[in-house]
Design a protein around this ligand. Sequence first.
Ligand SMILES: NC(=O)c1ccc[n+]([C@@H]2O[C@H](COP(=O)([O-])OP(=O)(O)OC[C@H]3O[C@@H](n4cnc5c(N)ncnc54)[C@H](OP(=O)(O)O)[C@@H]3O)[C@@H](O)[C@H]2O)c1
Length: 353
Amino acid sequence: MHPVGLAIIGLGRWANVLAGVYERSDNVRVITGFSRTREKREAFARRHGCACEESLDAVLARSDVEAVAVITPNDQHADAIERAARAGKHVYVEKPIAVSIAHANRIDAVIRETGVTFLCGHSARRLGGVRQMKRMIDRGEIGDVSMVEAVFSNERGLELEEGDWRGDPAKAPGGPLIQLGVHQTDNLEFLLGPVARVTSVGKRMYTRVRNVTVSQTLLEFQSGQSAYLGANWVAPGVFTINVYGTKANLFYSLDFSWWSRSDVTDAHSILRKRAFTQMDDDPDHRLLCDTDVEFPPTDHLRDEIEEFALAIRSGGETEVGTRTATRSLAVALAAVKSSAERRAVEIQEILGE
Ligand SMILES: NC(=O)c1ccc[n+]([C@@H]2O[C@H](COP(=O)([O-])OP(=O)(O)OC[C@H]3O[C@@H](n4cnc5c(N)ncnc54)[C@H](OP(=O)(O)O)[C@@H]3O)[C@@H](O)[C@H]2O)c1
């Protein structure tokens, strides 16, 4: 297929990671980019062999730009998306879809009104091990699921200085919850369906910034199942999901140091199944047995942009549209509210705000 001409908006750390991923794909071609700082624009253009523009208007005026990837801080997503969609450009946006439900609703409205293709970068649901857990749950291979534990941590809170948008509770509410935990709220809804309500405690610990750095949340699903979500900015990288079924348990873990190298992230992850096995020589004695589960490898960051490009060319739907992405944000924001008000918060209450 003819590659989709892409412009990247917001040329910070993650934009450089994604531009490197996009260079490995035949479905997209990074044509140009925009950030407000000249040095960042020039460095990005040099590193990725593309153009750069001095304004968003200049990006949107280019006829060879068919789509934009919005990789700015969360509170800047909605404005950039509205302008791009109204200029007829398809939109990829990094997670979380926005900083608030009001912003997410603005994005939903403009995407519906303009009819452009939209995808939000909840890449973690595309990890090979997460896909495999979903298949195993849906096929009943581990029986009925009662609970899930999901944790995502890194050491960001130890490095943050005042002035970084991540340290500001207005720009990154909940700290690690909205930056890391939102990958897991999406995964948990992907695995178990809609969350009904959450109860959460967030704390500011071991950091120089004002924001929360440690967050623990209990999620109750509409199905009656429950989950624990730990999101932490002051501990070395952890990404785990443990699923407890009536026939077997699943333990998934990936080495966070390979998160950005999506071509090999799966190779640095492990999925184990634990179930009873009968002893041939002793029918009364059952032993717990752990087995490694094989799964087809994916490239979580490349797969999502390729799905986006194919949807643009075919006019089809994408897996993570505005509604799905708004739900995972709502779950995270419900947890922030629960911690602030020390009560359980219904997701519907947040979605209705
Ligand atoms: N999927 C993942 O695993 C993952 C990982 C990291 C980050 N992210 C997401 O990616 C986004 C960016 O994160 P990051 O780590 O790259 O942050 P970052 O390093 O701070 O980069 C963001 C860049 O956006 C630019 N910017 C700010 N406001 C802008 C505006 N109005 N128009 C154009 N550019 C603007 C800033 O440069 P100027 O000051 O030059 O404009 C800044 O360099 C966030 O939504 C974050 O949640 C996702």
